[in-house]
Write a protein that binds this ligand. Structure first.
Ligand SMILES: [Zn+2]
Length: 216
């Protein structure tokens, strides 16, 4: 997709389909899924606020994602604009013809939790993982997520251009380095946080203060 290609608005029927799908998935959170989230620092309040769910009864086009964690990309008013799916099974995902994270085919790459752009003050945070962004938001740090360097587009730079500081919390691996490098090259206000583990693992192992200390 070209750098300057505009974001195509969803049609009314797409919006309604997504709203119904996400509402349904929210009602199907299993005890197992709730435990998975709690083990990642995400409690009931965050699951409700971010409208997380389980694809027990797939909407048309979501059949391949049955059983997965549904992570909606909500607009500023909480309406779903797309959904990504996280397989919760401990297996080699490729053997089952899907990835650990899965995107709807031909979907437009979007920024996760775009509402944070509207709620944040002078500073904003960019994570690589959606669930990492949920953790930072829970800690009072307005955070969006860009799940990979190939999901970063010019319009995302423009959305973040007004902030005096853009903290980048990419994972400490090659893919994370590529994302951090893209964002810091695009925005002079961007500063990469040096993580030894991803946001969630750092939070679980060392707590919120450890994350704050990394911004010093
Ligand atoms: Zn899988």
């Amino acid at each position: 997709m070209a750098e300057h290609e505009p974001l195509t608005p969803l049609s009314q029927s797409q919006r309604e389909m997504l709203e119904e799908a996400v509402s349904t998935y929210q009602t199907h959170v299993t005890a197992e899924a709730a435990k998975y989230l709690i083990d990642r620092g995400i409690g009931r309040d965050e699951a409700l606020a971010f409208r997380l769910g389980i694809v027990a009864d797939p909407a048309p086009g979501h059949e391949r994602h049955r059983g997965m964690l549904a992570i909606p990309y909500l607009g500023r008013d909480g309406q779903p604009l797309t959904v990504r799916f996280r397989c919760l099974s401990e297996h080699n995902h490729r053997d089952y013809f899907h990835g650990k994270y899965n995107t709807i085919k031909d979907d437009t790459p979007r920024m996760f939790n775009v509402g944070a752009v509207h709620r944040a003050g002078d500073e904003i945070h960019v994570c690589e993982g959606e669930l990492d962004a949920i953790i930072l938001n829970k800690l009072g740090l307005p955070a969006v997520a860009i799940p990979g360097a190939n999901m970063w587009f010019g319009r995302h730079r423009r959305m973040l251009a007004g902030f005096s500081r853009v903290w980048v919390w990419a994972d400490p691996d090659d893919a994370g380095a590529e994302l951090a490098s893209k964002i810091t090259r695009a925005l002079r206000s961007a500063k990469s946080v040096r993580l030894r583990a991803d946001v969630t693992d750092t939070y679980l192992a060392e707590g919120a203060d450890a994350l704050s200390a990394l911004m010093k």
